[in-house]
Design a protein around this ligand. Structure first.
Ligand SMILES: [Zn+2]
Length: 248
């Protein structure tokens, strides 16, 4: 089979044998690819330092026996500033961890790639204090692209008015009015500020998230609510996201 070009974001690198790497990649059409980069850990190897997490590459792939094989890689964006700073790396790792989970092989979500790049670009240039809002906005938008967008307008159970919302329900798929909140035992109470923050984070472009003024206390509440929502809809632990949520 002839080689084919693909633009990819490196999500993870795993050592293979003496000198090779297995790369977990998000392709530009939103599907996940696992590929071997032979000799990538050899000093002076042809891939050099190019195959780091959060790097965007133009690669040439061909289909191997079990995995794809990278034959060429050209760097498009390094996101060097993300890797150079602990808080940014922790935030970007949470993003990569969720991407790895939802971009299952074969399933295609075309907007996911551009949104992920916009998130990493914003993480490079925004103040460190914006890392949590950026991760929260990413989680919300990724859930929406994954087909489980939380309903934040009317009540997710009865379609009635939910302003103010009394709870958010992972099972019902969004915020609830007072009556439905009383009946949904799995729902979690939500403050007016957290509801407003969720709407603002969902609406904002990634490049504008750093400018949102969300108090620390509200960020913590939104983190807790989104983790519960995510755990219901995207089963399995995402360690990098747990680590991020526990920090700071
Ligand atoms: Zn209702």
């Amino acid at each position: 089979m002839p080689a084919y070009p693909l633009r990819v974001l490196v999500l993870r690198r795993t050592k293979l044998g003496e000198a090779d790497l297995i790369l977990t990649l998000l392709a530009s059409d939103g599907h996940q690819v696992r590929a071997v980069a032979k000799g990538a850990r050899k000093p002076g190897g042809r891939f050099g330092a190019r195959v780091e997490p959060f790097t965007v590459l133009d690669v040439l792939l061909h289909t191997g026996r079990s995995l794809e094989v990278v034959s060429e890689a050209r760097t498009v964006a390094t996101h060097e500033a993300v890797r150079a700073d602990y808080d940014r790396t922790t935030a970007a790792s949470a993003v990569a961890g969720l991407l790895e989970r939802i971009s299952v092989e074969g399933q295609v979500e075309p907007q996911l790639f551009d949104m992920s790049l916009a998130t990493l670009d914003a993480m490079e240039t925004s103040p460190v204090s914006a890392m949590r809002p950026l991760v929260l906005a990413f989680v919300l938008k990724a859930l929406a692209m994954h087909g489980v967008r939380p309903a934040l307008g009317e009540c997710a159970a009865c379609a009635g008015v939910a302003d103010p919302a009394y709870a958010i329900s992972p099972a019902a798929g969004g915020v609830l009015c007072e009556r439905c909140a009383r009946e949904d035992e799995g729902s979690l109470p939500i403050s007016v500020e957290a509801h407003a923050a969720l709407r603002a984070l969902m609406r904002a472009k990634m490049s504008d998230v750093a400018g949102l003024d969300i108090p620390e206390r509200v960020q913590r509440e939104v983190t807790m609510l989104l983790r519960a929502y995510l755990a219901f809809h995207v089963p399995g632990r995402i360690r990098a996201l747990d680590f991020f949520a526990a920090g700071r």
